[in-house]
Each structure stands twice: as structure tokens, then as C-alpha cells.
Design a protein around this ligand. Structure first.
Ligand code: GDP
Length: 193
């Protein structure tokens, strides 16, 4: 069955978003870093499963080796199932994503989110960046333009509505994400004709 895969650092609101998308309740705020396998759920209105991949990045109390292992597992999963994955949703925290990216950018360091975005593109998996927690962002357009810039997409972000989807998962405000995902699904259907 065709699949939509959700990836993102821990604490960006992935469980909250999964709850909105599927209607199931997920363990939010549970013990971080507990190694989880990819979880599959039916996405009710559409005919595919949605896969929740483990959160990656810093988690307090989780050893660095373990963090690297989680990331390696995610990369392997995406490589193995790339052909089956219709769309990937990279969830980021709109409040902190720019600071985190800039803090981890350097001559021999690529921030996780940027790395994952490019990796998904290399695998030819259409990717939507769900920019969550927009309720905490004041200068929304500026923040989204900055994110485009960091991801190598030419601002303004409004030109990238199939790729950049500002949401507030906690309040169920996820229309831009649903629309972006649907655009990609329809594009692929057209290609199949
Ligand atoms: P996960 O680790 O990515 O699964 O993140 P969770 O879904 O557990 O959410 C982490 C924290 O972010 C929780 O305290 C959520 O209530 C909060 N959160 C999730 N979505 C939003 C949102 O849209 N806005 C705000 N302000 N907080 C959110």
C-alpha cells in the first residue's frame, strides 16, 4: 500500500500532527529516545498509510551513539521504501528551526533538517516541509522566507506552497499541509496517465 512518511526532530509536534491526521491518539510527551520502530496508520480519507518515523536529534538523557543509530535507521528505512513513499512530510518547529539550522551550519556540519530535506530529494521522494507551531511565530512571512533560504529554495515562500506548509497542529490548523500533500498525489496520478 502506498505510503506517506513523517520525519522530524523530536519535540517538533509530530505526535500532535499524527493525531490530527489519523484521529488516533498518540503518546505525546512520552519518554523521549525510546527506540521506536516506524509505525503505520491508515490515513482515513485517503487510500494510503501514514508512517511515523522516530524523532531524531537532541533528546535529553539519550546517548549520542543512540541518537546516531536512530538517524541511521531512518535513513535506511527511507532508502529501502523510497519507491513506495508517495510523499514525505518533514516536520519542523517554526519557532526554533532557523536558530537550530544556523547554530549547526559550519564548514563540516550540516543541520539535520537541511540534510534530511536534500536526502529526500536525492531519493526522488516529493517532500513537504510542515512548519509547525506557527501560533508562536510573529513575523510569519519573514520566518518562512528564511526557511526557504536555508533549504536552498528561492524566496518568497509563497512560490513554494507545494513544499512549505505552515501549520499549527495543536489547534488542528493543518489545511496547508493537506493541500500540499494532495497536490503531490495528484501530480503523480497525472504522471501515471
Ligand atoms: P513530537 O516529539 O514531535 O512527537 O512532539 P509532540 O507532539 O509530543 O509535541 C511536543 C510539544 O509541542 C508538546 O508540548 C505539544 O503540545 C507542543 N506542540 C505541538 N504542536 C504545537 C503547535 O502547533 N503549537 C504549539 N504552540 N505547540 C505545539
Amino acid at each position: 500500500e502506498a505510503e506517506v512518511a513523517l520525519v522530524g526532530r523530536s519535540n517538533v509536534g509530530k505526535s500532535t500532527l499524527m493525531r490530527e491526521l489519523t484521529g488516533h491518539s498518540f503518546d505525546t510527551g512520552g519518554s523521549p529516545g525510546v527506540t521506536r520502530e516506524p509505525n503505520h496508520y491508515d490515513w482515513a480519507p485517503e487510500d494510503f498509510v501514514i508512517t511515523d518515523l522516530p524523532g531524531f536529534g537532541f533528546m535529553s538523557g539519550v546517548h549520542e551513539d543512540h541518537r546516531e543509530q536512530i538517524k541511521t535507521n531512518i535513513v535506511h528505512y527511507l532508502e529501502e521504501y523510497a519507491d513506495n513513499i508517495l510523499v514525505a512530510v518533514l516536520v519542523v518547529d517554526g519557532k526554533s528551526v532557523i536558530d537550530i539550522i544556523d547554530r549547526h551550519s559550519g564548514p563540516d556540519e550540516i543541520p539535520y533538517d537541511v540534510e534530511m530535506f536534500h536526502f529526500l530529494r536525492e531519493l526522488d521522494i516529493p517532500t513537504v516541509v510542515a512548519v509547525n507551531k506557527m501560533d508562536k511565530v510573529d513575523d510569519k512571512d519573514e520566518r518562512l522566507d528564511d526557511l526557504c533560504d536555508r533549504l536552498g529554495l528561492l524566496p518568497p515562500w509563497k512560490q513554494w506552497q507545494e513544499t512549505i506548509a505552515p501549520i499549527t497542529a495543536k489547534r488542528g490548523q493543518i489545511d496547508p499541509l493537506n493541500e500540499a500533500v494532495r497536490e503531490h498525489l495528484h501530480e503523480q496520478n497525472r504522471d501515471d496517465l
